[in-house]
Design a protein around this ligand. Structure first.
Ligand SMILES: *Cc1c(COP(=O)(O)O)cnc(C)c1O
Length: 381
């Protein structure tokens, strides 16, 4: 196996992928080739299996990043005279609202601060108070902060009111538990390059078959029409427009490794261990995580920017990058922060290496105190 000089990506994606996954792309395939068509069907089946939805749902992949799959799913499934209620506690919830504004679907927002989970009681009340709402939109793990939303309680509430649930599970799919039997959903959206550890280039939706059948002609777009994509693929096994062939073969190989690892529970356990070591190590260096443990998903961790004026984030970032570790800036509106991911083809050794590099970097920069400034506090406290 050749040695790569690639940095370790401690980001929300694209992520560090295995050698086998990268090597799977060292070929050329025709999009109508039997080998490609067979593999494509296999990938779609395996993605459905991850959420145990083989009997009720279908998997529709779409070219592009995760947002393309979100826009295609919302535009296809929310009727032109429908109305969505979006549970927002970060940038990805806001992005769904933006999509609905652009494509012209009525919607309302139920917002909590970035360090507070979606409010299920408020959802219950909102659904009681507005019979026009047809769909509820939720983000399972809001990558803005790394917060875990109570997706099972949300799904039960939505189902009790007879409405439909669309879940952005982009940063959770394959790692956090999600089972169609316990969490009734009309659609779940995810992509190739997060917890499945594939390369970027496609998104997909797991959609209730009856809902998709009923959605013919709904979509606002030709290219982002999931119903059109699905019927074409069911017809001849091919994609409507040029498929990302290399991305699909890499995803098929990444799914081999996902299954060999033991599937979702074992991927979850590896990420949880990475997360535990990271938070423990960062605390030992004096950093404070934004979220309390019960709200923290083992995906990406937000830390407060230290109060010490010697800590300058762009400088910290560049020095860590030179040492071979890529972290992520913060995206919070209410606190100065940065983020470190714990997903991707990484073992605890990579996390320990990152902690050593962070320790060295703080020394190089002359940072003494890593605690955040005492004020301002987040809205919840
Ligand atoms: C990554 C991500 C997306 C999609 O982002 P892209 O940059 O389009 O891949 C959507 N929602 C969540 C929660 C995400 O983490």
């Amino acid at each position: 196996m050749p040695e790569f000089q690639d940095p370790v990506l401690l980001t929300p994606g694209p992520l560090t992928t295995s050698y086998q996954t990268k090597a799977a792309m060292l070929h050329d395939w025709g999009s109508r080739d039997g080998e490609f068509v067979t593999m494509n069907a296999r990938v779609r089946r395996r993605l459905l299996g991850i959420v145990h939805a083989e009997e009720t749902h279908v998997c529709v992949p779409i070219q592009g990043s995760g947002t393309f799959a979100v826009e295609a799913t919302l535009g296809t499934l929310i009727p032109r005279d429908g109305k969505a209620l979006i549970l927002v506690n970060g940038a990805y919830g806001h992005r769904m609202a933006k999509i609905l504004s652009v494509i012209g679907r009525d919607h309302a927002i139920l917002e909590t601060p970035e360090d507070v989970a979606n409010d299920v009681a408020a959802l219950d009340a909102a659904l009681s108070g507005d019979s026009a709402i047809t769909h509820v939109l939720a983000v399972q793990c809001e990558t803005t902060s790394g917060i875990l939303n109570p997706i099972e309680a949300i799904a039960q509430t939505v189902a009790r009111h007879g409405r439909k649930l669309l879940i952005d599970a982009m940063s959770a799919f394959g790692a956090l538990p999600l089972d169609a039997a316990d969490v009734p959903f009309e659609a779940v959206m995810a992509s190739s390059n997060k917890c499945l550890e594939g390369v970027p280039g496609l998104g997909f939706a797991i959609v209730e078959r009856t809902a998709l059948e009923a959605a013919a002609g709904n979509a606002h777009s030709l290219a982002l029409d999931l119903h059109g994509q699905w019927t074409a693929m069911e017809g001849n096994g091919q994609w409507r427009f040029t498929p990302p062939t290399h991305v699909l073969f890499a995803l098929d190989k990444a799914l081999d490794q996902f299954e060999a690892e033991g599937g979702q529970p074992f991927r979850h356990a590896r990420y949880a261990e990475n997360c535990r070591i990271l938070i423990e190590g960062m605390r030992a260096l004096g950093f404070n995580p934004l979220l309390s443990p019960e709200l923290q998903a083992p995906i990406i961790i937000t830390f407060h920017i230290p109060q010490d004026p010697a800590f300058v984030f762009p400088n910290f970032y560049d020095r860590l990058r030179t040492k071979g570790y890529v972290i992520y800036p913060g995206k919070l509106t209410v606190a100065d922060s940065f983020r470190i991911g714990c997903i991707g083809n990484l073992s605890s050794d990579a996390i320990r290496g990152a902690l050593r590099a962070i320790d060295d970097t703080l020394r190089d920069m002359g940072v003494r105190r890593c605690a955040p400034a005492p004020v301002p506090q987040m809205a919840s406290s």
